[in-house]
Design a binder for this molecule. Structure first.
Ligand SMILES: *Cc1c(COP(=O)(O)O)cnc(C)c1O
Length: 478
C-alpha cells in the first residue's frame, strides 16, 4: 500500500507556488486559502483511491490547477446570460422581461450616483419614494392613484390585508389560481388575514352567486385573472363591470388581480381580447394589481392602481415598508413607463417588440439565422441538416396559456447524437443557450432572440459540435 498523502505539501508551502501567488495578488487571502484547503481535501480523497506512487510535483500541479478552476467558477457568480431560443417571451425561469435600452441607461445613472429617492427637491424636505412613478401610472391607466411594491404577489397581499383583514373576501371557485413558484390565492388570502369565501363552481359562477354570499362580514369582492389556465366549454364568468356594479350597490370595494398588466397590445398579435389595465380602470375596479415584469416589459414589481382612498390606506399600512421597492426598480420602471408615453413601446420595449413582430420579419430573421448557422456549422460531421420551419411561440410567464403566436425558427437535425446531449452542452455554455425540442430535432425560435444572440448562438453550437466530435474521435481511438 503506497501512502501518497505524505507527499502533499503543507498549505503554507503550497501558497509559495507561483500560480497561487498569482491568485493571492488578485483575490482576498482568506478566500484563496479556504479554496486551497478545499482543493487539498479533494486531493486527499483522490489519492486514497490510488495505489501507485504519485509524485510531489504532480500533486502540486493538480492542486494548483484545481484552485484556479474553483476560483474561476466562484468569482464568475451564478447568474449567467442566457440566449432564449424557446420562443417563450416571458419565462419566469429566465428572468421574465429583458429591459429597454433607456431603462438600462437610467439604471446606470441612478445606480452610479446619489438621487432624490426620498427627498423633495422643491421644498428641501423628506419626500416619499412612492411619488416617483405614481403620476406616470395615473396618466397611463387613468387611475386616481398608484403604488408600487416588490412584486404582484406582494401587491395582492397588501391589497387584501389593507381592505379585508378579518373580513370575508368573496371569490369565484373558478379563480382560485396557483401561479408558478407557489403563489396560491387561498394561501395569500390566509396570510393577509382575510377570510376566503368561495362562490360558484369551477366552471360557472354567476353574479347572483356573489350577491347571495354578501353578508355583514364581507369586506371585499375579489377577481383574479386566470393567467395560466383556461376553463373551456360550458363556462360562465362574471364581467368585471357587473362585479363593480354589485360592489357599488353593496358598498363594497372590488379588487382585480390582473396578473400580467398590459398597457398596450400590438394590433396584430392576437391578444386583442385580453383586458388592458386601462380597461379594468374604466370598468370601475377599485384596486387593480399587476406585475411589472410580465407584459408591461419592466423590472420585477407589483403595481397597484385604483381609488385614492384605498391606495392611501395601503401606503399607511406597515406591511408596505416590508414590501417596498428600491431605487433601481423605480428607475427601471420609470423609464419603462416613459416609453409608453413616448408612444413607441413596440419599438423600444423588447417584450412588446417580440409580441409585435410580423410574420414577414420573423421569416426574414429565420432565413438569416439559417445562413449564419450554415456558415458556422454547415461542415460539421455531426450535423445532418439545417432548415427553416414554422413554429408556434408563446407569451409565457404564466400568462395567456392558450395563445399561440405563429412564428418562424430553425430546425437542426444531428447525426449520431442524442438531442439531449447537445441541449445539455448548450445549457452549460456561457452565455447558456436554451432551445426547444421537437421529437429528434432541435428548434430555435427567432422571436425571442435578442440583438447579437444569433452570432453567439452559432458560435456556441459550433463549439459544442466540435467538442463532441473530438470526444467521439478519442473514443474510437481507444
Ligand atoms: C404572475 C401572477 C401573479 C404573481 O405575480 P408576481 O409578480 O410573480 O409576484 C399573481 N397573480 C396572477 C394572476 C399572476 O398572473
Amino acid at each position: 500500500m503506497v501512502n501518497n498523502l505524505k507527499n502533499i505539501p503543507s498549505v503554507d508551502e503550497l501558497l509559495t507556488e507561483q500560480s497561487l501567488q498569482e491568485q493571492l495578488s488578485h483575490y482576498n487571502r482568506d478566500f484563496v486559502v479556504d479554496v486551497l484547503r478545499e482543493a487539498v481535501e479533494a486531493m486527499r480523497t483522490r489519492l486514497k483511491a490510488v495505489d501507485t506512487e504519485v509524485t510531489r510535483a504532480h500533486i502540486i500541479k493538480w492542486v494548483c490547477q484545481d484552485v484556479e478552476q474553483r476560483v474561476q467558477v466562484l468569482t464568475r457568480g451564478t447568474l449567467k446570460r442566457v440566449i432564449n431560443g424557446t420562443g417563450v417571451i416571458l419565462h419566469t425561469n429566465l428572468g421574465r422581461a429583458p429591459l429597454s435600452q433607456t431603462a438600462l441607461n437610467y439604471l446606470h445613472q441612478m445606480g452610479s450616483f446619489y438621487n432624490n429617492l426620498e427627498l423633495d427637491l422643491e421644498k428641501g424636505e423628506r419626500g416619499s419614494r412612492y411619488v416617483h412613478v405614481e403620476e406616470l401610472l395615473c396618466r397611463l391607466t387613468k387611475a386616481e392613484a398608484a403604488l408600487v411594491v416588490n412584486n404582484n404577489a406582494a401587491a395582492v397581499l397588501l391589497g387584501l390585508n389593507t381592505l379585508a383583514q378579518g373580513k370575508e373576501v368573496i371569490v369565484s371557485r373558478g379563480q382560485l389560481v396557483e401561479i408558478g413558484g407557489a403563489f396560491r390565492i387561498p394561501e395569500v388570502m390566509k396570510l393577509s388575514g382575510a377570510l376566503l369565501k368561495e362562490v360558484g363552481t369551477t366552471n360557472k359562477t354567476y353574479l347572483r352567486d356573489y350577491a347571495e354570499a354578501i353578508g355583514e362580514d364581507t369586506g371585499l369582492l375579489f377577481a383574479a385573472h386566470t393567467s395560466n389556465y383556461k376553463i373551456e366549454g360550458f363556462t360562465a364568468e362574471v364581467a368585471l363591470s357587473d362585479l363593480v356594479k354589485l360592489g357599488r350597490d353593496a358598498n363594497l370595494p372590488v379588487m382585480k388581480d390582473l396578473g400580467s398588466g398590459i398597457l398596450f397590445i400590438p394590433p396584430s398579435c392576437g391578444l386583442g381580447d385580453e383586458p388592458t389595465v386601462q380597461q379594468c380602470v374604466e370598468a370601475g375596479a377599485d384596486v387593480i394589481t399587476f406585475s411589472g415584469d410580465k407584459l408591461l416589459g419592466g423590472p420585477q414589481a407589483g403595481i397597484i392602481v385604483g381609488r385614492k382612498e384605498y391606495i392611501e390606506a395601503m401606503k399607511k399600512n406597515q406591511l408596505t415598508r416590508a414590501l417596498r421597492v428600491d431605487k433601481l426598480t423605480i428607475a427601471a420602471l420609470e423609464a419603462t413607463l416613459i416609453e409608453y408615453l413616448a408612444g413607441f413601446p413596440e419599438k423600444n420595449l423588447p417584450v412588446i417588440h417580440m409580441l409585435s413582430l410580423s410574420s414577414d420579419e420573423l421569416r426574414q430573421r429565420a432565413e438569416r439565422l439559417v445562413e449564419i448557422l450554415n456558415a458556422a456549422i454547415g461542415k460539421q460531421a455531426l450535423l445532418q441538416s439545417i432548415s427553416m420551419v414554422e413554429v408556434e411561440d408563446m407569451v409565457g410567464g404564466g400568462a395567456y396559456p392558450t395563445y399561440r403566436l405563429p412564428g418562424y425558427g430553425v430546425e437542426i437535425k444531428f447525426q449520431d447524437l442524442k438531442l439531449e446531449t447537445v441541449a445539455a452542452c448548450l445549457r452549460r455554455q456561457d452565455p447558456a443557450v436554451l432551445t426547444r425540442r421537437q421529437e429528434d430535432r432541435m428548434l430555435i425560435s427567432v422571436r425571442t432572440l435578442l440583438e447579437g444572440d444569433a452570432a453567439i448562438l452559432a458560435k456556441k453550437i459550433y463549439q459544442v459540435l466540435h467538442d463532441l466530435e473530438a470526444k467521439a474521435q478519442k473514443g474510437v481511438q481507444h
